[in-house]
Design a protein around this ligand. Structure first.
Ligand code: NAP
Length: 174
């Protein structure tokens, strides 16, 4: 089983300049709590976006307490502690062989990787950020209402730490 987790703006915005468009600590916490102990699967660019060196350069970072799988087409790419796969079929075979029914397989981005898996996924964990981001460069695929049934909906108001209203939604395929 494949799940997707993402935070998206009103127009499905995901990011720009290989970074996020907002600072929402409550969503970071939600992401950590939802994926902790499970498997996270990401594109090489999202991996890169997760950590910076002392000069602010993106250098990549693995997510602690999770099985990390990175998708790339670069056969020279290596990262100790991560599993590297080079195609969707290779990933699916790996998951079939190694998945544990107590662990959820979360696609955590970014734009290219969500597009590859939206039709394969059974469940979406979406944080809807209630704002538009005209400078976005990367977008989430359309969540088609006849395909996806919202099974959970939790609205939150902006506060001192979180600059936008946001909703945690969970969708399952009808
Ligand atoms: N809002 C959110 O929830 C959220 C979550 C995650 C990321 N993001 C944002 O999304 C942006 C990054 O997304 P992105 O679309 O640019 O990149 P991405 O999806 O993170 O990664 C793209 C990379 O994945 C690899 N790849 C793509 N298709 C593949 C395939 N079929 N087989 C094997 N590898 C494949 C390639 O790596 P190689 O080039 O190494 O071959 C490609 O360059 C950033 O702005 C990030 O902050 C937002």
């Amino acid at each position: 089983m494949i799940s997707i987790i993402a935070a998206i703006g009103k127009n499905n915005e995901l990011g720009k300049k290989n970074d996020l468009l907002w600072n929402l600590p409550a969503d970071m916490k939600h992401f950590r709590e939802t994926t902790k102990g499970h498997t996270v699967i990401m594109g090489q660019k999202t991996f890169e976006s997760l950590g910076r060196d002392e000069n602010g350069k993106q250098v990549g970072r693995l997510l602690l307490n999770r099985r990390n799988i990175i998708l790339t087409q670069d056969k020279t790419f290596e990262k100790e502690g991560a599993e590297i796969v080079y195609s969707v079929p290779e990933l699916m075979t790996l998951l079939e062989k190694t998945s544990n029914k107590n662990k959820e397989n979360f696609i955590i981005g970014g734009g290219q990787i969500y597009k590859l898996f939206i039709n394969e996924a059974d469940k979406l964990y979406i944080t809807h950020v209630n704002a538009s981001f005209p400078d976005a460069e990367v977008f989430f695929p359309e969540i088609i209402p006849v395909i996806w049934n919202e099974i959970s909906h939790e609205e939150h108001q902006k506060d001192k730490e979180n600059s936008f209203d946001y909703t945690f939604s969970v969708y399952e395929k009808f």
